[in-house]
Design a protein around this ligand. Sequence first.
Ligand SMILES: Cc1cc2nc3c(=O)[nH]c(=O)nc-3n(C[C@H](O)[C@H](O)[C@H](O)COP(=O)(O)O)c2cc1C
Length: 390
Amino acid sequence: MAGLDTTHPAISDLRRAAKRRLPHFVFEYLDSATGDHEAGVKVNRQGYDALQFLPSVLHGHAKPDLRTTLLGFEFARPFGMAPVGMSGLIWPDAERLLAAEAQHLRIPYCLSTVATQVPERVGPVAGDMGWFQLYPPAKREVARDMLKRAKDSGFQAAIMTVDVPADSRRERQRRANLTIPPKITPAMVWSMLTHPRWSLGTLRTGRPSLKLAEDYAQGSGTADYMNHPGKAIRGYPDWDDLKAVREDWDGPLIVKGVLRPEDAARLKEEGVDAVWVSNHSARQFEGGPSALSTLAPIRAVVGPDYPLIFDSGIDGGLDIIRALNQGADFVFLGRAWHFALAGLGPEGVRHLNHILTEDLITNLAMLGAHNLLDVRGLTPFKKDLVPSRV
Ligand SMILES: Cc1cc2nc3c(=O)[nH]c(=O)nc-3n(C[C@H](O)[C@H](O)[C@H](O)COP(=O)(O)O)c2cc1C
């Protein structure tokens, strides 16, 4: 990895590489948040930067074990690949390429309901590292069938995402003229011609579309099917829908997109096995606090042993440490894996794993932590805790 360590030492380098290789409308789809100023992205970043620690000295040579057990599964690292809709638009065959890398790295891969591949094509590649993400469709029998297909394809856990009660405006994405499925404009044709690696790959794998949703939308008779099969089947879930999903999935059930402590407490009561704290990286709502700052209050209400997962704007190993310190048991990244794949191919995905691993180990050593669990007990730095005169 020496070469990539020099040319691409950080996630920002992977992002730049992806930007170079992707048509503009594709990059904007992957990278944009909601709101004209995308304030939520900055707030998320500020939340991480504001959580500081004092390094601790004379702890010898720490060789931390990064293996993590969550929901009875063992993973090689405390991080995984979050569900990303239309992943195969971002890079040809992305779902299967990422799932294969996740299997190789022994970290979880989440397949979105609105992926460009059906569970049957991805499950065997993900092996025992696959989780299936559900946007519950309006019809319960459709949700039930999707879950059954996921289970039959080998997916180990189900994630119900609850933070998309409406489509967000995502102004930057709109300016790039992205519709799902993409409507081809002259500017897009130009952009595709000038990004041949993406275009030739897409020609080879075929026009990306919402394959799973299409299987159900055809019979729905919904007028806008031709525009968007995801819309044709979409539901607007409430607590009764959660109960239904709980009944229809007998494996580990995770609910993703939670920020309020009272919601987390109720989800626990309803028999959900883990809560996934996330603000969707500010792609849905830009008026909230940093995602990181919501973790500790949620940990306080669900108790010390209830599994909490976290994502939104993680940019390296130190951010992972911050999330674990605030109460997360495990974290996910969404965009970064796609920057890595689009920018450098599968080798980039392995390189991102290396960046996160090395950054985690280095920062654990700086903090005098010999393993991941030590991180929970660290007291973040506060000005008034430091003696003003020694
Ligand atoms: C392009 C894109 C598409 C996404 N699609 C989904 C999705 O289909 N289902 C879902 O639960 N979350 C989706 N997410 C949210 C991610 O799962 C995750 O919460 C978020 O990307 C984490 O933040 P990060 O990208 O800063 O790591 C999407 C995110 C992106 C960037």
